[in-house]
Write a protein that binds this ligand. Structure first.
Ligand code: NOJ
Length: 555
């Protein structure tokens, strides 16, 4: 197992619009981030990943970029970004930027020129195609619902957009586009940033000829033609060879529909490694089919199977990226935990994934146990994919059920302002109103309250991350799952240099009889982390409390 700084770090994700408003306009910004750097550091993380800060019309909240080299004015200036970068570095925090190059905004100069000057080189920066008679060039559907092609009257051509209409896909097959991408990467790396989270990077190569799909879904028809396309290897290799190899930087690729087998083609350590790690999505489907809008009931066995597969198949060869929340996922307590046992289940879920092998990512608000708010009507949502998906759901199940589903599945659930205090607007902004609704529970769930309570979720994250940092077994140890058939308990061990760690997690409020697996004697173990207070064990098992977690270390 090779050691590296990126394997030892933990990362905190900032979704800037809702993090902290420093200038009183109701929108989170860099001034706000600057004022919270000490707080971020205090959690025990080593890096910040910023969701896009670049100039953008905000149709997809920054994932539609109009200028890759400047900062969204609502968020601040490039000078302010440099201050944040410097402030982070001074505190020993790395800074990871979001790199969104599968598509741009339709307000990017390249796209505008591709229309205004169709004979210029910019036309071929995008996928412009003639229709087939009155039909679109193929049957692909956007991953945000609706057709993936938009017609332009002036050119009498369609352009491809796998996401919103305002997010035209870049034609990565064009070597000039790849040069632009490398230029953007170097711009930020030369400024001093420490790496990239690469947005849907595994979508950048589309099957030659853009053939129609034989399948049909209401969203993402055609995904099999680009989710792991023919030239992906080649393009990622080019980025590595021409850019990453010349910097000490970290790269994590976002990879929807990724399997371990395909991931290993890109992240296996050695000469041909193209990215340090990948965000796969398989473990985010334990309560749904593929993604949260196709809801099912929560299935712990499904979750364990996925985690164990990624742990076992990557161990010693490649590195995992561990996460349970981000700006695209509803809050995890509502999905895999329990709102009733908010504190207990938040701590259990944290232990469950952070004690695995990999680099953990923590999404803003996760560390205080934020939960989904209640949306009373569809008009309260602002996310483009939610509005589109709701439209599809409504036509199938009617408005009431569709609203209920949106409350469960929408990524807007993760985008409410961070709750800093019990003060007006949860201390997020001094404006009359924040840009987006607050969760009503902010008087109880907020950073200030969590700071004062030694048993808060926040203080548990601190303990957990400190323990990880001080015990290499959590970072580099091997992994073995126990009681695979249990529908209530997720138990695994880690082993490293003669030490063992036993991680026990209950996913139920019911009492379950736990007996230590063969070879473990709990009375000899050191209980290093737990979410209840109890006397030392006197036997080799116990009855679990609701959403209990315990971690025993055996030296
Ligand atoms: C993945 C991002 O995380 C998501 O927020 C965005 O909408 C899509 N990619 C498109 O960029």
């Amino acid at each position: 197992m090779l050691k590296s700084w990126y394997k030892e770090m933990a990362v905190y994700q900032v979704w800037p619009r809702s993090f902290c408003d420093g200038d009183g306009d109701g929108i989170g910004d860099l001034k706000g981030v600057l004022s919270k750097l000490d707080y971020i550091k205090s959690i025990g993380v080593d890096a910040i990943w910023f969701s896009p800060l670049y100039k953008s019309p905000q149709k997809d909240y920054g994932y539609d970029i109009a200028d890759y080299k400047s900062i969204q004015p609502e968020y601040g200036t490039l000078e302010e970004f440099k201050e944040v970068l410097d402030g982070a570095h001074k505190r020993g925090l790395k800074v990871i930027m979001d790199l969104v190059v599968n598509h741009t905004s339709d307000q990017h100069e390249w796209f505008k020129k591709s229309i205004e000057e169709p004979d210029s080189q910019y036309h071929d920066y995008y996928y412009w195609r003639k229709g087939k008679g009155k039909r679109r060039p193929n049957n692909w559907m956007s991953t945000f619902a609706g057709p993936a092609w938009e017609y332009n009257e002036k050119l009498d051509e369609y352009y491809l957009h796998l996401f919103a209409i305002e997010q035209p896909d870049l034609n990565m097959d064009n070597p000039k586009v790849r040069e632009e991408v490398k230029d953007i990467m170097k711009f930020w790396l030369d400024m001093g940033v420490d790496g990239f989270r690469e947005d849907v990077i595994t979508f950048i190569s589309k099957k030659e000829g853009l053939p129609s799909s034989p399948y049909w879904f209401p969203v993402a028809t055609g995904i099999e033609k680009y989710m792991h396309g023919p030239h992906l290897d080649e393009y990622l290799m080019e980025f590595k060879r021409d850019v990453y190899d010349h910097y000490d930087c970290f790269t994590v690729g976002e990879a929807p529909m990724m399997t371990t087998k395909n991931a290993l083609k890109h992240i296996t350590e050695g000469e041909n490694q193209q990215l340090n790690t990948m965000f796969h999505f398989e473990h985010m489907a334990a309560d749904c089919l593929f993604y949260s809008w196709f809801k099912t009931s929560f299935n712990l066995k499904k979750l364990k199977k996925v985690f164990s597969r990624w742990q076992n198949e990557l161990y010693g060869k490649a590195w995992n990226a561990l996460y349970i929340e981000n700006h695209d996922q509803p809050r995890i307590i509502n999905r895999y935990g329990s709102v009733e046992y908010r504190v207990e289940s938040a701590k259990m879920l944290a232990t469950m994934y952070i004690c695995q092998s990999g680099t953990p990512f923590i999404y803003q608000g996760q560390e205080i146990g934020m939960t989904n708010p209640t949306f009373e009507s569809i008009d309260e949502f602002t996310d483009v994919s939610t509005v589109n998906n709701y439209g599809v759901a409504k036509s199938i199940m009617g408005a009431d059920k569709a609203l209920k589903l949106a409350n469960y599945a929408s990524r807007d659930n993760a985008r409410t302002p961070v709750q800093w205090s019990a003060e007006k607007n949860a201390g997020f902004t001094t404006a009359d109103k924040p840009w987006f609704k607050l969760n009503d529970n902010y008087k109880e769930v907020n950073v200030e309250a969590a700071e004062k309570d030694p048993d808060s979720v926040l203080n548990y994250y601190r303990k957990l991350l400190k323990f990880r940092k001080e015990n290499e077994i959590v970072i580099y140890g091997s992994y073995k799952e126990h009681f695979k058939k249990s529908k209530e308990l997720y138990v695994y061990e880690r082993e490293y240099e003669g030490k063992k760690l036993l991680v026990i997690n209950s996913f139920t409020d019911k009492e379950v009889q736990f007996v230590a697996p063969k070879g473990f004697d709990l009375t000899k173990g050191n209980l290093v982390l737990s979410n209840y207070n109890y006397p030392a064990v006197t036997s080799n098992g116990f009855k679990t409390k609701p959403y209990e977690t315990r971690v025993y270390l055996f030296d």
